[in-house]
Write a protein that binds this ligand. Structure first.
Ligand SMILES: Cc1cc2nc3c(=O)[nH]c(=O)nc-3n(C[C@H](O)[C@H](O)[C@H](O)COP(=O)(O)O)c2cc1C
Length: 411
């Protein structure tokens, strides 16, 4: 598990802006101070409408608000001494200001004067977050190396539900701590993972699904985040908590999963360095979901099923470069040589880099898994392991693959 040890002795600017989520900033400050960081708080005028200066002072931080009225230039002094800036919450307004290079208050002037890493934890109504202007600003900032923490899906202050809620304080502190750790094997890589079952409606109360728990995909997401990757988890309905620092997109049907994948990867698949398809996507869906509950009859019921798209095959067919590294799962009821044969066929036909093959009864719903890692070069049985341990082995394969790619390019 990641820890906060690396924050010991670090000089951090904690920027607080005018979002309702500012009520969580004292908790972030407490975590940073407990981890041994020296924190200076810079608040915007709007932030003070949500939370008081004395709270932060009481917790042991120096608090600054004003650009004016100091001897010398306070914004330059803070910029010189800070080793990283964490803005949590970051409003749409402050995000826009930083993007444009404005400097009309202490926080924006300090950020403009500093070369230290900047981390933003956006918090806003989902409509504000989805606005093209906000998205364009965030894309620009990302290109400049600013790290985004969240936001996450959930309920926001207005009671609406969507993507815009600030990431939890513990995860924000962990993301900041990660900034001070050495480079990790998947740092700077975007890893997209699908997980869980899909659920295909028959009528408003019945559906076709399978017994996938999502545990394998979630273990992969957690381990990839621990290795420093920027992780997006596209998840079918499961009863699992989102792993720390992972952005989760919830879907129900195979068609929704396809749309979420397309949105995340883009037309040219450049939205991911690695794509791991661990979801148990339903092969079929009812051709037509009844809008009303089907009535019971004594005549039996025939459902016509339509095939769902083969998501792994579609991505494999569209891939024109080495990216994304593509990992698929083959859950079969065969064992031994027949299982290896299926996995090899899948590897070639679906044009993937690694097939994780397993027997259905070794995996479904369990905490352990017994898999074979099948690539063009190798077929490696892993024996019975916990799903996190299987995730470690798969991501080790992926990291090696990316590292060799770099060597090949620079050779
Ligand atoms: C009750 C209330 C809640 C608000 N919550 C948010 C929010 O969560 N995120 C956001 O970006 N703006 C929010 N705003 C708007 C900002 O406070 C406003 O844009 C302000 O100018 C931001 O200033 P700052 O970025 O300098 O802190 C809210 C405004 C009000 C009145």
């Amino acid at each position: 598990m990641p820890t906060l040890h690396s924050l010991q002795g670090r000089r951090i600017l904690l920027g607080i802006t005018g979002s309702i989520a500012a009520y969580k900033s004292p908790q972030i400050l407490r975590l940073l101070i407990k981890a041994g960081a020296h924190v200076e708080v810079v608040m915007t005028e709007s932030a003070e409408r949500f939370v008081g200066v004395e709270t932060f002072r009481g917790l042991g931080a120096n608090v600054h608000k004003e650009l004016w009225g100091h001897t010398g230039e306070l914004h330059i002094e803070i910029a010189r001494r800070m080793e990283a800036a964490l803005i949590a919450p970051a409003t749409a307004n402050t995000i826009a200001k930083i993007t444009e290079g404005r400097s009309d208050d202490l926080l924006s002037a300090t950020l403009l004067s500093s070369q230290a890493p900047v981390l933003l934890a956006p918090a806003m109504h989902p409509a504000m977050f989805a606005a093209p202007a906000t998205q364009a600003n965030l894309a620009t900032l990302r290109k400049r190396g600013v790290r985004l923490i969240g936001p996450v899906e959930g309920e926001v202050a207005s009671g609406d539900i969507g993507l815009g809620r600030m990431e939890e304080p513990e995860n924000i502190a962990l993301a900041l701590a990660a900034e001070f750790e050495g480079p990790r094997r998947l740092s700077g890589r975007r890893v997209v993972i699908t997980a869980g079952p899909t659920i295909e409606p028959i009528d408003p109360v019945r559906s076709l699904t399978n017994t996938s728990s999502g545990k394998m995909g979630y273990a992969l997401a957690e381990e990839a985040a621990n290795l420093g990757a920027d992780v997006i988890l596209i998840s079918g309905p499961v009863a699992l908590p989102t792993p720390p620092l992972v952005r989760r997109i919830d879907v129900k049907t195979a068609l929704e999963m396809k749309a979420a994948l397309h949105e995340t990867l883009g037309d040219d698949l450049s939205g991911a360095d690695v794509l791991i398809m661990a979801a148990a996507v339903s092969d079929y869906r009812p051709e037509r979901a009844s809008p009303d509950k089907l009535k019971r009859t004594d005549n039996g019921l025939t459902l016509r099923l339509a095939p769902n798209p083969d998501l792994l095959r579609e991505v494999g067919a569209r891939r024109r470069t080495l990216r994304p590294v593509l990992v698929g799962f083959a859950l079969e009821t065969e064992t031994g040589d027949a299982l290896i044969h299926h996995a090899r066929r899948k590897l070639i036909e679906k044009r993937v880099d690694l097939v994780v093959a397993n027997h259905a009864t070794d995996s479904l719903g369990l905490d352990t898994n017994q898999v074979l890692l099948v690539s063009a070069q190798d077929c490696r049985p892993l024996g019975v392991r916990t799903k996190p341990a299987v995730a470690t082995a798969i991501l080790d394969w992926v990291a090696r693959r990316l590292e060799t790619e770099i060597k090949e390019w620079t050779a």
